[in-house]
Design a protein around this ligand. Structure first.
Ligand code: MFK
Length: 194
C-alpha cells in the first residue's frame, strides 16, 4: 500500500536548502512568475498583486494590501485570501532555489483578524529539502514587518518541470504563455538548475 505522510515536519535525511549561485540578490524585487497569477500577476485585475523581494539565504519578504474585494466577514480579510498570500509567498522561494515547485500541502493558522486596508507583511523561508520535496514556512504580520503575527503557515512544495503546466493547463493559456518571450524567459530561469 502506498502510504503518503501528511506531516510537514521534514523527515530524516532532509537537508538544509542551498541558495542558487544565480539567485536574485537580497533586497531585489522578484517579478511575477506569470502576469495572470492570482497571487503576483500585475495584469490580473482580481489578484493580490503581491510584491515579493529576495531575502538572505533561501528566504523572501512580501507585502500585500487587503482590499475590499478580499473580504470574508464585513471589513475583514477572507481566510482563503490570506492563505493564498502565504502560499504565493512560499511559492516565490523557487526563485532562490531556481526550481519550479507547486504546493502539495498547506497548513494555516489564523491568529488575528485582518481588517480591510491593512498591509500584511509576509516573510517565508525554506526549512529543509528532501529530493523533490521542499518544506517551507511563512508568517504574515500587521502594523509593520515586526508587528504582531496575524497568520502563519507551513507547507510542502513538490518540484515539477515546465511539462507539468504544459500537460495540465488549459491549452488557451498554455499556448499564449509559450508564445510570450517574457514568459519563456521566466520558465528558463527556473529550469537552469545544475
Ligand atoms: C513557474 C513558477 C510556478 C510557481 C507557482 C507558485 C504558485 C503558488 C503555489 C501554488 O498555489 S501551486 C497550485 C496548487 N498546487 C497544485 O496544483 C498541485 C497539484 N498536485 C499535483 O500536481 C501533484 O499531486 C504533485 C505534482 C504535487 C505531485 O505529483 P507527482 O506525481 O509529481 O509526485 P508524487 O505523487 O510521486 O509525489 C512525490 C513525493 O511528494 C509527496 N507528495 C506529493 N503530493 C503530496 C501531498 N499533497 N502531501 C504530502 N506529500 C505529497 C509524495 O508522497 C512523494 O514523496 P516520497 O518521494 O517521499 O515518496
Amino acid at each position: 500500500m502506498n502510504v503518503r505522510t501528511t506531516s510537514l515536519t521534514p523527515p530524516a535525511g532532509a537537508i538544509a536548502p542551498v541558495r542558487h549561485p544565480d539567485a536574485p540578490a537580497p533586497g531585489e524585487l522578484l517579478g511575477a512568475h506569470y502576469d495572470q497569477c492570482f497571487g503576483c500577476g500585475e495584469a490580473q485585475p482580481h489578484g493580490l498583486h503581491l510584491a515579493t523581494r529576495a531575502g538572505e539565504g533561501v528566504s523572501v519578504t512580501a507585502r500585500f494590501t487587503v482590499k475590499a474585494a478580499h473580504q470574508g466577514a464585513p471589513g475583514l480579510a477572507h481566510g482563503g485570501v490570506l492563505a493564498a498570500a502565504l502560499d504565493e509567498t512560499m511559492g516565490a522561494l523557487g526563485w532562490l532555489l531556481r526550481v519550479i515547485a507547486v504546493t502539495g500541502r498547506l497548513e494555516t493558522d489564523f491568529v488575528r483578524p485582518v481588517p480591510v486596508d491593512t498591509d500584511l507583511y509576509l516573510d517565508a523561508h525554506v526549512v529543509a529539502v528532501r529530493g523533490r520535496k521542499i518544506y517551507s514556512t511563512a508568517t504574515g504580520r500587521i502594523g509593520g514587518p515586526d508587528g504582531p503575527v496575524a497568520v502563519r503557515a507551513d507547507a510542502l512544495f513538490i518540484e515539477v518541470k515546465v511539462d507539468h503546466f504544459i500537460a495540465n493547463g488549459r491549452p488557451e493559456e498554455i499556448n499564449a504563455a509559450l508564445s510570450d518571450p517574457d514568459q519563456v524567459k521566466v520558465a528558463r530561469a527556473f529550469e537552469v538548475n545544475p
